[in-house]
Design a protein around this ligand. Structure first.
Ligand code: ADP
Length: 390
């Protein structure tokens, strides 16, 4: 069998999978490595419900060793299969890429030039490409972009009101989580074909969190912007912030740019507010008042953005929750949707707590769904298209 391999090198984890190269379907094998430098973990299994395998922690020290461990594991599991392509989640495709592409020499150089726009992700993504080229020599490498799904935004959704030359030079809102949004958009077509082509808001709530307004199957607005800092508060990222705060930190508090970056990317969000954890499960389980306030703020911002998306779309037909929090926390879904009957959105509490796919009440004009995202499967789908064109 010919297979395609997917690689998703994030800021703090490496996810990988193998799929049938000929047809869409669940992964043949998949896994994840994370906790580099402290409690490294490597979990992988064959088939959608295959047994998990753990590798000794000592083998995984950083992204590079995690990628090597992933490739070795995949090769062992799929020996005899021909790897006909490796697909990479690339966080930034700049203003140009609205489609996945084969990573040829010039494309790689172009993507490297975007490193400064996504310093915590892009260099790791591209190191993954180089590692894959060395491990699977001669195999086509395909870039699948998190920004691509948002490239049809109207100008007003992407511009900042600073002199327009900056927009022309690439200082604009790109939006991220595009692979997840595209996957969920396609899944909604199966769940609710009639409404999926209408006015849809997708809330991707995980360690990274954002919302996307989708109309006629295309993204028209996203809460994430120039960087993956904007919009909703996240595990360790601040979400929306008055740029005056950054000026104050640098000018008055004499923080360096690097210190501000560490503060906003790694010490803020749920972690910064709670002083306890970046992890929603830990906060939900905590008795601490600060943990509760951190969750309150997360919910407050999500409700605010949901209202903003509804205004942009002129009403909502479907709300879909995805990501670790969106898929698993009934309490957060309930709180985000509470008192949203003015919008036509009413949850069915029991269905929501039972984690059904449909969580809206019968009388709700807006249909609410819980959809498990699968960025790896989306990468595999995009790769098949690129390889077929080749
Ligand atoms: P990433 O953005 O790294 O892919 P995930 O989508 O896996 O992250 O989401 C991780 C988040 O999901 C964490 O905050 C975690 O606590 C939260 N989460 C996972 N399961 C649950 C659960 N059962 N209840 C509440 N939160 C959960």
């Amino acid at each position: 069998m010919a297979i395609v391999v997917t690689l998703n090198v994030g800021s703090s984890s490496v996810k990988f999978a193998a799929f049938d190269a000929a047809r869409d379907g669940a992964a043949l094998a998949r896994g994840e490595a994370d906790g580099f430098g402290s409690h490294a973990r490597f979990t992988a299994g064959v088939g959608s419900s295959g047994a998990s395998e753990q590798t000794p922690e000592t083998e995984i020290k950083d992204h590079a060793s995690a990628v090597q461990a992933a490739f070795r594991w995949l090769r062992k599991q799929t020996s005899g299969e021909e790897v006909v392509g490796v697909g990479h989640r690339i966080v930034h495709g700049g203003a140009r890429h609205s489609q996945p592409v084969l990573i040829e020499h010039e494309v790689f150089a172009e993507l490297t030039a975007l490193n400064s726009l996504a310093p915590l992700h892009q260099p790791h993504n591209l190191a993954g490409v180089q590692a894959a080229k060395a491990f699977f020599p001669g195999t086509p490498q395909v870039a699948c972009f998190d920004t691509a799904f948002h490239r049809a935004h109207p100008y007003v959704a992407d511009v900042f009101a600073i002199p327009k030359s900056f927009y022309e030079q690439g200082v604009r809102r790109y939006g991220f989580h595009g692979l997840s949004y595209e996957y969920v958009t396609m899944a909604l077509r199966e769940i609710d074909p009639e409404r999926a082509g209408g006015r849809v808001v997708i809330a991707h709530l995980g360690n990274g969190a954002s919302m996307c307004a989708v109309k006629d199957g295309r993204s028209v607005a996203s809460t994430m912007g120039f960087s993956a800092l904007e919009g909703l508060p996240m595990g360790t990222r601040c979400g929306e912030l008055d740029p005056g705060v950054v000026l104050y930190l640098m000018q008055e508090r004499k923080m360096s740019a690097a210190d501000v970056a560490t503060l906003l990317y790694k010490q803020s969000g749920l972690l910064g507010l709670s002083g306890l954890s970046h992890d929603m499960r830990a906060l939900e389980a905590s008795e601490s008042a600060d943990a509760r306030k951190a969750i309150d703020y997360f919910v407050y911002r999500a409700r605010r953005e949901l209202g903003a998306m509804a205004a942009i779309l002129g009403g909502i037909d479907v709300v879909a929750f995805t990501g670790g929090i969106g898929e698993n926390s009934a309490a957060i879904r309930e709180r985000i949707c509470e008192g949203m009957d003015w919008l036509g959105l009413v949850l069915d509490r029991e269905a929501n707590r039972a984690k059904r796919t449909t969580v809206s009440a019968q009388a709700s004009a807006v249909q609410a769904y819980v959809v498990a995202t699968d960025e790896e499967r989306m990468i595999a789908r995009q790769m098949r298209k690129v390889l077929a064109r080749k």
